[in-house]
Design a protein around this ligand. Structure first.
Ligand SMILES: Cc1cc2nc3c(=O)[nH]c(=O)nc-3n(C[C@H](O)[C@H](O)[C@H](O)COP(=O)(O)OP(=O)(O)OC[C@H]3O[C@@H](n4cnc5c(N)ncnc54)[C@H](O)[C@@H]3O)c2cc1C
Length: 369
């Protein structure tokens, strides 16, 4: 049986970033990825937004890692010429009862050390003339990024540091030990490693349940939520991202732009009954478009009939259920589960793309301790 120093399961943004950080810390790292290309999972179905870190409770992992990861991603973009743009974003209140949430968000952003400004309706309309709102929060540090370019840059830095990615390599289970762990792969082979990071996202909980030597009682229950997008046909009148005032754990149907300036709306939020990551249906149901028109017209009343088309969808790898507040990222290291040399990553939903490099550094530090 071959032995490597460190294995990361999953070549999405988070797995690649973890592997990069471990390789830069001097470990020989291999990333095992079941697909035949990197970034085919949740990372290829996001809004591609570089979040500034407004929403998350102060001192949470989401707040801290988003703020830190955003800076690291911008530096990665500069080093590798990855396309990105700091578009800025408006969070808009369109009804009196949303004003407390907007002011709450202002205070939360300030507590997180994120630059924001409260705007009145005229100031918001000076930025986006088509927007109808009572007040808005302006976040100049929010932007968009070419996520595929970002993944390639992470892979390049991983390989520069001596790491490698093995595609078409599905991990089925593992036997965990005090000195090393033994992975079973779908082709029947086994691989031993001293350090193991489970960054399998939608598959992470199910996979961890197949790790012998880990207390199953400590594992979270996965629950998936689909987010569908609608694209705007024709030219977008917007040059900034526009979000409704948040309600509950969901950011609401927002307007994002791609780097070509094309606008899309979403993701909406639909709890799925299935927790089987291999049985997910990514098709966008045209029936959902009516709710998009209603939601978007609250802040863009002139959205023309027939202007929205079904686009794509992504599935959130959540570890909570309907009606509950979104929990923090779960980064379970030896201090949490007692198994040396193992980190499980659970519930790495938004802002996971933005936070990925900071998550990578935290995982490497956790395994160095
Ligand atoms: C709709 C939506 C919109 C989002 N928008 C944003 C946004 O705008 N900004 C932001 O910061 N974040 C956003 N996020 C969150 C962000 O996309 C994710 O947090 C991030 O991409 C997760 O990366 P990952 O590497 O953990 O997962 P993934 O990209 O899913 O990678 C996991 C990898 O593991 C592989 N794998 C699974 N099981 C195995 C196995 N047994 N063996 C080997 N390989 C395996 C999979 O094939 C996959 O490639 C969004 C998420 C969703 C769902």
């Amino acid at each position: 049986m071959d032995t490597v120093d460190a294995v990361v399961i999953g070549a999405g943004a988070v797995g690649l970033a973890c592997a990069r950080s471990l390789a830069r810390a001097g470990h020989a790292v291999i990333v095992l990825e079941r697909a035949l290309a990197i970034g085919q999972g949740v990372s290829s179905r996001s809004s591609e937004v570089l979040h500034a870190g407004l929403y998350y409770p102060a001192d949470s992992l989401k707040a801290r890692l988003c703020v830190q990861g955003r800076v690291q991603l911008l530096q990665l973009c500069q080093r590798h010429g990855v396309a990105h743009r700091l578009t800025g974003k408006l969070v808009v209140a369109t009804a009196q009862q949303q004003l407390p949430a907007l002011h709450g968000l202002y205070r939360q952003a300030q507590a997180n050390g994120v630059t924001v400004a409260l705007l009145d309706a005229a100031q918001a309309q000076a930025l986006e003339p088509e927007i109808d709102c009572l007040a808005a929060l302006w976040s100049p540090d929010t932007g968009i990024i070419d996520s595929q370019g970002m993944l390639l840059a992470l892979q390049a830095e991983l390989e520069q540091a001596g790491g490698l990615v093995a595609l078409g390599s599905t991990v089925v289970s593992a036997r965990l030990g005090q000195m090393h762990h033994v992975l079973q792969l779908a082709d029947g082979s086994e691989l031993a490693c001293h350090l193991l990071v489970n960054a399998a996202s939608l598959h992470a909980c199910a996979l961890a349940r197949r790790f012998q030597g880990l207390d199953p009682q400590q594992l979270p229950q996965e629950r998936f939520a689909k987010g569908s997008y609608a694209s705007l046909t024709g030219r977008s009148p917007f040059s900034h991202l526009v979000y409704p005032a948040p309600s509950g754990a969901w950011l609401g149907v927002h307007l994002t732009l791609d780097l070509g300036g094309q606008a899309r709306f979403g993701p909406d939020h639909e709890w799925l009954d299935s927790t089987d990551p291999d049985q997910l249906d990514y098709r966008v149901d045209e029936q959902r478009l009516q709710a998009f028109y209603t939601a978007v017209r609250r802040y863009w009343p002139d959205l023309p009939d027939g202007a929205l088309q079904p686009a794509y969808s992504g599935i959130r790898p959540t570890i909570y259920g309907p009606g509950l507040p979104a929990p923090d990222f779960r980064i379970d290291g030896p201090a949490q589960h007692g198994v040396p040399g193992l980190v499980n990553l659970f519930g790495i939903e938004s802002p996971g793309l933005t936070s990925s490099m900071a998550i990578g550094d935290m995982v490497a530090a956790c395994l160095a301790a």
